[in-house]
Design a protein around this ligand. Structure first.
Ligand SMILES: *[C@@H]1O[C@H](CO)[C@@H](O)[C@H](O)[C@H]1NC(C)=O
Ligand SMILES: *[C@@H]1O[C@H](CO)[C@@H](O)[C@H](O)[C@H]1NC(C)=O
Ligand SMILES: *[C@@H]1O[C@H](CO)[C@@H](O)[C@H](O)[C@H]1NC(C)=O
Length: 507
C-alpha cells in the first residue's frame, strides 16, 4: 500500500469520526444529477453533509481499486455544514452548484489543506499563492471541494513510454468498466471518479485529448472549452497555447452547470480570458439544454481519417452508423464525406511537439517561481528530483525524456514561432474553412480522435457516451466546433444524449 492510500485512509477515518455515524437519508444519491440533488436539498430529503458522507464512504470502499482520488479535503464536511446552513436560511440554492461536491484534477491549485502536485512527489509540500481562477469561481458558486483526482499527465507527459492513466503519486487509475483496460489520461481520476459515483461532478484539464479521451473511455460527458473561456491561472501547465480546464460529469446538463460556474475573466490568465470573454452567453449555458437541440443543426462527417480508424472494430462501426441514423431522425442534417485540407500534416507533423516542448519549460518555471513555498523551483529542479527519487517516480520504468527535451529548449525561437504560425494557418485553411464553407455547426467524430485538430486551434469539443465495445469498455462520440460555439455544441450533445441515453453506471 502506497503512502497516499494510507493517507487517504487515515483522513477518511478522522472524517468519519467527526461525522454522524450513519447516513440518515433514503434519497438515491448514485447517478443523481445536480438538479436532482438540489431538489432533494430544498425538499429536506438530503443535506450536503449526507452527500459528502456518501462520497467519502464510496471513496473509502472503491478507491483502493480504482485509484481515482489522491486526497480528500479534511474541510469538506465543515463546508457542507456551511452550505446546509446557508440554504436553510435563504430557503433556496444560491446557484447551480450550491452545496454540490466537486473533485478537482490534482494540477488545479487550491489554497487550503489539499496539496496541488500534478501527481508528482516533486511538488508535495509546495504552497500555492492562491486558489486557481476556476476554484475561486467554484467557491463563489457555493460548491464544496471534495478532493483531488489522480492523473497521468505528469508522468505520462514526462515520458512517451509511460502508459496512459499512470502517475506516480496516486497510482495508476483503473477503468471501472473493465479493470484490465486503460482508462485513458490525463484527467483519468476525474473521469473514473464521476463514472463510479465517487463524486457528484469533477474538473479535468486538456492539452490534447486529456478531457475528451478519459470521458469517452469511462462513459461520462466531458467538455473541452474554447481556449481562455476558463482560466488557466493557478493550473500546473503544459502548454499555454492549448491548455484548457473543463467539466467531466455524468450528464450534459451537469457539465453545462459546471461550465457556466467556471467561465470568465481572470487577471492571472489575463490575455486569454479577456479574448474569450465575448463567447460567454448571457444567462449561462443551461438555457441550451433543449430536447430538440439537434433540429436543423448541420453536422459534418470527415470519414477519412476519422472513421477509417474504427473500421476494424465492427461494434464501433455499427454503433456509429446507427448514431448517424439517430442524429438524422432527431432533425440534424448530416453533411457526409467531407475532407479537411492539411489533415495529414496536422495529424503527423511535429510542430505541435516543438511548441509544447518550448512552452512547457517557460510555463512550468513561471508556475514554480510564483509558489509561496516549494521543494522545486524550475524544470531543472524537477528533473534533479526525479533523478534522486528514481524509485518513487518510477524513472527506470518510464524515464523523463520529454522533460529532458524541454529543458534543452531555448525559449520561443524563430523556429518555434514559425511552427506556431504554420499550425494557425492549418487551422484556418483546414477545419475553419470546412466549417464555414459547409455552414456546419459541428464536426462529429468517434471517441477522441479529433482532439489534435481541436487542440491546435483552441476549439471546443464535447464527448458524450455512445456505446460499449466487446470488452465492455465504453466509447464516446465527439462534437467539435469553432471557438465560442459551446452553446450550439451543448444543444447538439444534449439532443444526442436524450435521444440515446447510453450511459450506464459500472457494475
Ligand atoms: C498534503 O501533503 C502533506 C505531506 O505529505 C500531508 O501531510 C498532508 O496530509 C497532505 N494533505 C492532504 C489534505 O492530504
Ligand atoms: C460499417 O457499417 C456500415 C453500415 O452498417 C457498412 O455498410 C459497412 O460495410 C461497415 N464497414 C465495415 C468496414 O465493416
Ligand atoms: C476486459 O478487457 C479484456 C481485454 O483488454 C478482455 O479480455 C476481457 O474479457 C474484458 N472483460 C470483460 C468483463 O469484458
Amino acid at each position: 500500500m502506497s503512502t497516499s492510500y494510507s493517507l487517504i485512509h487515515f483522513l477518511l477515518i478522522i472524517l468519519s469520526l467527526t461525522s454522524a455515524a450513519s447516513l440518515n437519508t433514503n434519497f438515491p444519491i448514485k447517478e443523481a444529477t445536480i438538479k436532482d440533488l438540489q431538489t432533494a436539498f430544498l425538499q429536506n430529503k438530503l443535506t450536503s453533509r449526507e452527500l459528502i458522507q456518501f462520497y467519502l464512504r464510496r471513496i473509502q470502499k472503491l478507491n483502493p481499486i480504482l485509484r481515482a482520488v489522491i486526497e480528500v479535503n479534511p474541510d469538506a464536511l465543515e463546508q457542507a455544514d456551511e452550505a446546509d446552513n446557508r440554504r436553510t436560511k435563504a430557503k433556496k440554492c444560491q446557484s447551480g452548484l450550491d452545496g454540490i461536491p466537486i473533485l478537482l484534477k490534482d494540477n488545479i491549485a487550491t489554497k487550503d489543506k489539499l496539496n496541488t502536485t500534478a501527481g508528482s512527489y516533486a511538488l508535495l509540500g509546495s504552497v500555492v499563492p492562491r486558489d486557481a481562477g476556476v476554484v475561486k469561481r467554484l467557491r463563489q458558486a457555493g460548491a464544496i471541494i471534495l478532493g483531488k483526482a489522480s492523473l497521468s499527465e505528469w508522468a505520462n507527459f514526462r515520458s512517451s513510454s509511460a502508459p496512459s492513466g499512470w502517475c506516480a503519486r496516486g497510482g495508476q487509475g483503473q477503468n471501472p468498466y473493465n479493470l484490465s483496460t486503460d482508462p485513458c489520461g490525463s484527467s483519468s481520476g476525474s473521469a473514473i471518479a464521476v463514472a463510479a459515483n465517487l463524486a457528484a461532478v469533477s474538473l479535468g484539464t486538456e492539452t490534447d485529448g486529456s478531457i475528451l479521451c478519459p470521458s469517452s473511455k469511462n462513459s461520462v460527458v466531458g467538455i473541452k472549452p474554447t481556449l481562455g473561456l476558463t482560466s488557466r491561472g493557478g493550473v500546473i501547465p503544459i502548454t499555454p497555447t492549448q491548455d484548457t480546464v473543463g467539466p467531466i460529469c455524468r450528464t450534459v446538463a451537469d457539465a453545462a452547470y459546471v461550465l457556466e460556474s467556471i467561465v470568465g475573466y481572470d487577471p492571472y490568465d489575463s490575455e486569454a480570458t479577456k479574448n474569450a470573454r465575448k463567447y460567454i452567453p448571457q444567462g449561462g449555458y443551461a438555457q441550451f439544454l433543449k430536447l430538440d437541440g439537434l433540429k436543423g443543426k448541420r453536422l459534418g462527417i470527415v470519414r477519412n481519417p476519422f472513421f477509417n480508424l474504427i473500421k476494424e472494430f465492427p461494434i464501433l462501426n455499427t454503433t456509429y452508423m446507427q448514431h448517424f441514423h439517430t442524429l438524422r431522425k432527431q432533425g440534424a442534417i448530416l453533411v457526409d464525406n467531407l475532407e479537411i485540407p492539411n489533415i495529414e500534416a496536422i495529424m503527423t507533423s511535429n510542430n505541435m511537439d516543438m511548441v509544447m516542448s518550448s512552452e512547457f519549460k517557460l510555463a512550468l518555471n513561471s508556475y514554480l517561481k510564483h509558489l509561496i513555498k516549494s521543494p522545486v523551483r524550475s524544470l531543472a529542479d524537477v528533473i534533479e528530483f526525479n533523478n534522486k527519487h528514481t524509485q518513487k517516480e518510477k524513472i527506470k520504468e518510464y524515464g523523463q525524456d520529454t522533460f529532458l527535451d524541454s529543458e534543452a529548449t531555448n525559449g520561443i525561437t524563430p523556429k518555434v514561432k514559425k511552427a506556431l504560425a504554420t499550425l494557425a494557418e492549418w487551422s484556418k485553411d483546414g477545419f475553419e474553412k470546412v466549417m464555414v464553407e459547409h455552414k456546419l455547426d459541428t464536426i462529429v467524430t468517434p471517441d477522441s480522435v479529433f482532439s489534435t485538430v481541436l487542440a491546435i486551434g483552441g476549439y471546443p469539443g464535447i464527448s458524450v457516451p455512445a456505446g460499449y465495445d466487446q470488452d465492455g469498455v465504453p466509447f464516446g462520440i465527439c462534437f467539435g466546433g469553432l471557438r465560442g460555439s459551446e452553446p450550439k455544441l451543448i444543444e447538439i450533445a444534449y439532443g444526442f444524449e436524450q435521444a440515446t441515453k447510453f450511459r450506464k453506471p459500472p457494475t
